[in-house]
Design a protein around this ligand. Structure first.
Ligand code: SF4
Length: 487
């Protein structure tokens, strides 16, 4: 490079200075400063509300997710889901820009609805918002009613909608209002006195593991209980490659959704992502409406199966009882490798409760538990779970902290491994510990979303991944004299 072209650095940082800072960010002093940080979030362990709403919309038959807001935001939800599942995540946006921000987004919404309805011919369009219409206070209710009045869409065409302000909560809070709006839009007012269609409404909540949906269905089939899965993304994001592109594969049938208020029972398997939906269900049907913990680990899977057995007056099927026995056997074989091992774990509230329960069952310590969007109430629930086991005794709960905080925590108070989404890989690389990938998103490994993590089978998978990852680490780092063929 000629002298004229050489880049003159504004600040010269010496190698010694880089090394000094590298060492400093691993110290207690830096940790204290880092934990005191409030004005900035670095590497958060969550996405924004609209992404949760979009996941719901994908879970219904022939439904087009429609982002009322900025195109860039819509691209983020699409690409994030698309990278995790390695499948298309078709959704549209009405591409609000500066004029929309000044005059309101009604024109964008109307033009968008007209085009989306004419071009893609979906059976339902599910509208949710990005930050911009929420900041200016767009009135979705009247905008959508106006679009019917102006015959942009037919009067009876289903357009459920949800306000999903990205500056509050996370994808978990965005999931709930979209799901509530869809079941309300399709099933509201359709309760028939005395009718029982014999079905179970099963609501997994924000779950991006297609294997989990299939696992729930398999368990319900073993019970011989017909099940309406709300919202079912198993085919949408895991459909067979046939050579023909289908924009809307799978999804919960709309006619089944329309009958949810006449089901024998409703069960949600996450509480934080289904609150409003379950409240609406409870207010509109006399049938039992139960919220259970996410069935990760043996205890929580037992709870789910026993509740279903009770609600439908059917014994737990022999095949599931045998599975339970097998996973208990596998846990017994593997407990020596997990006993007293420390883990840092981060993710969504319901998932964390399930994972913590599983680790405690194994005699492992969920040592640093981080939830980047939650509250003191959740911390109390988590603490109560930790208090049930001696392995939870000295574990730490970190609410509303991010992964840069977690890095400091693990650097100063080390763990044996981390469990969480792929964003934690920067920490594990720096600190030389393994990462067991689970949660959302996982965009640097293939196929993990196809393997269940719920039920006895899912517990078996989690156990296998966790223990074998620790053993890989032993093999990779032990001295030659300890390098054994048998572990
Ligand atoms: S809604 Fe907000 S947080 Fe979400 S993608 Fe758009 S700008 Fe980002």
């Amino acid at each position: 490079m000629s002298e004229q072209c050489a880049i003159k650095k504004v600040t010269e940082i010496t190698t010694e200075e880089v090394d000094r800072i590298k060492a400093w960010i691993n110290t207690e002093e830096y940790k204290e400063k880092n934990l005191a940080r409030e004005a900035l979030v670095v590497n958060p362990a969550h996405a924004c509300q609209p992404l949760g709403a979009q996941l719901v919309a994908h879970g219904f038959e022939s439904t087009l997710p429609f982002v009322h807001g900025s195109q860039g935001c819509a691209s983020y939800y699409r690409s994030s889901l698309n990278r995790h599942f390695r499948e298309p995540a078709p959704a549209v946006s009405d591409a609000m820009t500066e004029d929309g921000a000044v005059f309101g987004g009604q024109n964008n919404l109307h033009e968008g609805l007209e085009n989306a309805y004419a071009l893609y011919k979906p059976k339902m369009i599910a509208v949710f918002t990005s930050f911009m219409p929420e900041v200016i206070g767009d009135d979705l209710t009247s905008y959508i009613q106006n679009s019917r009045n102006e015959e942009i869409i037919p009067q009876d065409y289903p357009v459920p909608y949800a306000n999903t302000p990205s500056f509050n909560g996370s994808h978990v809070q965005g999931y709930d209002p979209m799901l509530k709006s869809i079941v309300e839009c399709l099933g509201g007012g359709k309760r028939v006195e005395g009718k029982n269609n014999g079905r179970l409404n099963l609501i997994p909540g924000f779950d991006t593991c297609t294997g989990n949906y299939r696992e729930y269905k398999r368990m319900m089939k073993a019970f011989d209980i017909p099940c309406t899965m709300l919202a079912d993304i198993s085919e949408t994001f895991d459909s067979p490659l046939t050579g023909t592109y289908h924009p809307f594969p799978g999804g919960t049938p709309l006619d089944e959704t329309a009958d949810v208020l006449n089901s024998q029972a409703t069960i949600a398997l996450q509480s934080y992502s289904t609150k409003a939906t379950m409240k609406w269900m409870a207010e509109n049907t006399d049938a039992p409406v139960e919220t259970l913990p996410m069935p990760i680990g043996v205890k929580k899977t037992d709870e789910m199966l026993l509740k279903i057995s009770e609600l439908f007056d059917k014994p737990v099927p022999e095949e599931l009882i045998a599975e339970r026995g097998r996973v208990v056997d596998a846990m017994t074989d593997a407990h020596q490798y997990l006993h007293n091992k420390k883990f840092a774990i981060y993710g969504d509230p319901d998932w964390l409760l399930g994972m913590v329960s599983f680790l405690l069952e194994m005699g492992a310590k969920p040592y640093h538990i981080l939830c980047s969007r939650s509250n003191k109430k959740f911390a109390k629930v988590l603490q109560a779970l930790l208090d049930t086991s001696p392995y939870g005794a000295d574990c730490n709960i970190w609410i509303n902290k991010d992964l840069w905080h977690l890095r400091s925590l693990c650097a100063t108070d080390p763990v044996d491994a981390m469990i969480g989404n792929c964003h934690g890989k920067f920490i594990t690389r720096d600190l030389g510990i393994p990462l067991i990938r689970a949660g959302y998103p996982i965009i640097d490994r293939v196929n993990l979303h196809r393997y269940p993590t719920v039920g006895y089978q899912g517990t078996m998978n989690l156990l296998t991944w966790t223990v074998n990852t620790l053993l890989d680490q032993v093999d990779a780092t032990c001295e030659d004299r300890n390098f054994e063929i048998m572990r």
